[in-house]
Design a protein around this ligand. Structure first.
Ligand code: PGA
Length: 255
């Protein structure tokens, strides 16, 4: 069986100013002390861009990674409102999320744009979390798999096998985000196995076996263990529960 290091990522969304964010990050770093020794899991915090540098500084010296919630493809340029992968790195970040459903739905980001962001982040050395997921209507219409496949193929177009080592896929059913409704472990495992199959088709089986696929959507202390017990679930992208240090630390310490 492939050994994939679990990744627990906290997506703070548009919450936390500098003082509260640093306190949260420090609490997480203290609570995740043993994770450093265990070595089978990684922790990533994605604060708002305004406090990325402060949060990165407050966890420096720990193994916690810090990342952005979105990133532009270019290193610099006339892109009002954007932050570049170079800036993320300059602020002490090592990673970025792209394709989150809130970006897709509220800010009209399409697969082509997400592909550009993903490739730009990879070109500048970032670890990239690519979010994909179906809406409730799409699931009810039985279109979950074709939607996931389309999002994956378009986002991963032009990504090399070598770059794929720095791509983490996050399956986040849109209907489970912030709703308290989690996909059942069977629904999640089915989707993850499907995603791994598509990655194997695009690249090859060995690449798919190494690719980490996170589940996201109302992950909490009470459901993380059964989700993480699924063969193809390699971690979690956590929104709401990532704002509560106790809950997030418990999620990081999944069994
Ligand atoms: P949630 O958010 O954990 O609050 O459902 C997950 C996400 O949006 O990444």
């Amino acid at each position: 069986m492939a050994t994939r290091k679990a990744l627990i990522a906290g997506n703070w969304k548009m919450y936390k100013t500098a003082r509260d964010g640093c306190q949260l990050a420090e609490a997480v770093a203290r609570g995740c002390g043993q994770v450093d020794q265990r070595g089978d899991r990684q922790v990533l915090l994605c604060p708002p861009a305004t406090i990325l540098a402060a949060v990165a500084a407050s966890v420096s010296g720990s193994t916690i990674l810090v990342g952005a919630q979105n990133v532009c493809w270019a290193g610099e340029g006339a892109f009002t409102g954007e932050i570049s992968p170079t800036m993320v790195r300059d602020a002490g970040g090592q990673a970025a999320i792209v394709g989150h459903s809130e970006r897709r739905q509220l800010f009209f980001e399409n697969d082509e744009l997400i592909n550009q962001r993903l490739r730009g982040g990879l070109a500048h050395g970032l670890l990239m979390l690519l979010c994909i997921g179906e809406t409730l209507a799409e699931r009810e219409e039985g279109r979950t798999f074709p939607i996931l496949e389309g999002q994956l193929r378009q986002a991963l177009a032009g990504v090399t096998t070598e770059e794929m080592a720095r791509v983490v896929v996050a399956y986040e059913p849109v209907w489970a985000i912030g709703t308290g409704k989690t996909a059942s472990k069977e629904q999640a495992q089915d989707a993850h196995a499907f995603v791994r199959g598509v990655v194997a088709e695009i690249f090859e089986k060995s690449v798919a076996a190494q690719t980490r696929i996170l589940y996201g959507g109302s992950v909490k202390p009470g459901n993380v263990d059964e989700l993480m017990a699924q063969e193809d679930i390699d971690g979690a992208l956590v929104g709401g529960a990532a704002l509560d240090p106790e809950a997030f630390i418990r999620i990081v310490n999944f069994r």
